[in-house]
Design a protein around this ligand. Sequence first.
Ligand SMILES: [Cu+2]
Length: 187
Amino acid sequence: MAGLRGSVTGIACVLLALCMAVPTLATVYTVGDSSGWATGVDYTTWAKGKTFAVGDSLVFNYGGGAHTVDEVNASDYNTCTVGNYISTDQSGATTIPLKTAGTHYFICGVTGHCGSGMKLAVDVAAAAAPSGTPSSSGTPPATNTTVTTPTPVTTKPTTTVPSSSGAVSSVEALVMTMIALFVLVVS
Ligand SMILES: [Cu+2]
């Protein structure tokens, strides 16, 4: 039975290699998860255990106009001082690309909200760069400030976009083949 065991091991190795080959993409973190960006949420707890790296981004979800997302310095973060922000947005869905390493501080600029917990500090590590990272120079912030106006959805059913990317489906096909082979060998 050594032959069978050998091929099983071989297939397992191939499967493992396939899984490892899937590229790790930049992570998009939804701040506060389902709670979003709101008062009464402990963002220190939310950030705990998460690792942030250059290339990742933060998405703040809240009612447009009800809150703001202000990037501030450490001092203003600690004292909840509003008004000196480095950047601000109140669109309701603020995407912040983390472009530089170091600690980034965010507070809500609405009076009293920072004191009520709307403050987030994230430690951003340098990009977990393999060799030849695409240079981030020249790329505009590309803040995805999604339009908050409730646009009446245009009734144009042209949404037949095949969302499955070719790369993924070929990997899936390979895995399926491997599983089929595995079943064949075992039976
Ligand atoms: Cu607020």
